[in-house]
Design a protein around this ligand. Structure first.
Ligand code: FAD
Length: 309
């Protein structure tokens, strides 16, 4: 990545945490550019997209967008919405798990209350035969998020997993420990702005670590989601699984809604389990900005689309 792109990316990621910009975006509504990545503002809109994906043989994980809340009362509202979400999934024939962000449940405000909120959701999901993934946020949340998963499991709730980011130096150790404990994981490159003291600054090192973590997990036999749009990593995984006789029921590929949709369908047609991460809701702004930062060319795409309106 050249210096200009790196500065632009860093600038965009700083904007993701800007509360004023988020408020304006929520008020302004979903514009055509953001619709590429967000399935809608309401659950009904999102469920329509889920049905289309399921019809192509693609599973889904639904994310009711929201993060970095200011009041514990907001966390209670999100908790109740997630409980309603798992109950509505049970009432339909759709194929969808759920993903949530610990800061949306109050991690940074009141960790104990956050635990109680997430425990209620995971318990509701268990009674609906569903699975919850705790998304991984910035490094201020890493240890706490892993701690939440371990505590939930110790409390008898095993239908929960989390995400490990290949850009962090600590991840190999985290993966080894969570693998020993049998925790289902999603592996990703990592989407936040992190200092070089904590995260590999060079993309080639992130990719190399990603492959190390995938190998570790596939060798272990503990169920793993490989969440990436990077064709080289997907091809490497397919080859490695093939060479080692690792069957396709041990892992799945995950991609984001609106990105590489054709590859998602193709992988599903080839017989791999594919899950699309489908975000919806009013608080779409930080998620959207992270998608722009991953690929600054997206900014031009959005600008062109707006001019066409
Ligand atoms: C299902 C899923 C869940 C995730 N959950 C988390 C999480 O909990 N925590 C976290 O930190 N990160 C999460 N991420 C984001 C992840 O960390 C990366 O930022 C993101 O996936 C981009 O990296 P990549 O592996 O696709 O590889 P890249 O090298 O970034 O991209 C490979 C290729 O994919 C395409 N591509 C990638 N991103 C975009 C985009 N935004 N728009 C258009 N094309 C694109 C481009 O063609 C690019 O060349 C998640 C990603 C996925 C797929």
């Amino acid at each position: 990545m050249d210096l200009g792109t790196r500065i632009f990316r860093s600038l965009l990621l700083s904007l993701a945490g800007n509360k004023l910009a988020e408020k304006l975006a929520a008020k302004y509504g979903l514009k055509r550019g953001a619709q590429r990545f967000i399935a809608g503002r309401t659950l009904d809109e999102a469920l329509a997209r889920v049905r289309e994906l399921n019809a192509q043989g693609i599973g889904v994980t639904l994310d009711h967008l929201g993060e970095g809340i200011r009041l514990t009362a907001e966390a209670a509202v999100y908790r109740d919405e997630y409980i309603r979400l798992v109950e509505s999934i049970r009432g339909t024939n759709i194929q969808a798990t759920v993903s949530l962000k610990p800061t949306q449940m109050g991690l940074k405000l009141d960790p104990e209350n956050c635990y109680a909120n997430i425990r209620d959701i995971v318990a509701a999901a268990r009674s609906c035969s569903n699975f919850v993934t705790l998304d991984m946020e910035d490094t201020a949340c890493t240890a706490a998020t892993i701690g939440l998963v371990r505590r939930l499991r110790a409390d008898g709730l095993s239908n929960v997993g989390t995400v490990i980011q290949a850009y962090l130096y600590r991840s190999e150790e985290d993966v080894e420990r969570l693998t020993r404990e049998g925790v289902t994981l999603r592996l990703v490159k990592g989407a936040y702005k992190e200092p070089r003291t904590l995260a590999y600054p060079r993309l080639t090192d992130v990719d190399a670590n990603f492959l190390r973590l995938i190998k570790l997990r596939l060798d272990s036999g503990v169920y793993t989601a490989i969440a990436t749009h990077d064709e080289r990593i997907i091809d490497w995984t397919k080859r490695y699984a093939d060479d080692c006789g690792i069957t396709v029921d041990r892992f799945e590929f995950q991609m984001l809604y609106g990105i590489r949709s054709q590859s998602q369908k193709q992988l599903a047609d080839e017989g791999y389990t594919v899950r699309c991460y489908v975000p919806y809701g009013r608080m779409w702004y930080p998620y959207f900005v992270r998608r722009l930062a991953e690929r600054p060319a997206n900014v031009m795409f959005i600008v062109k689309n707006r001019n066409r309106r």
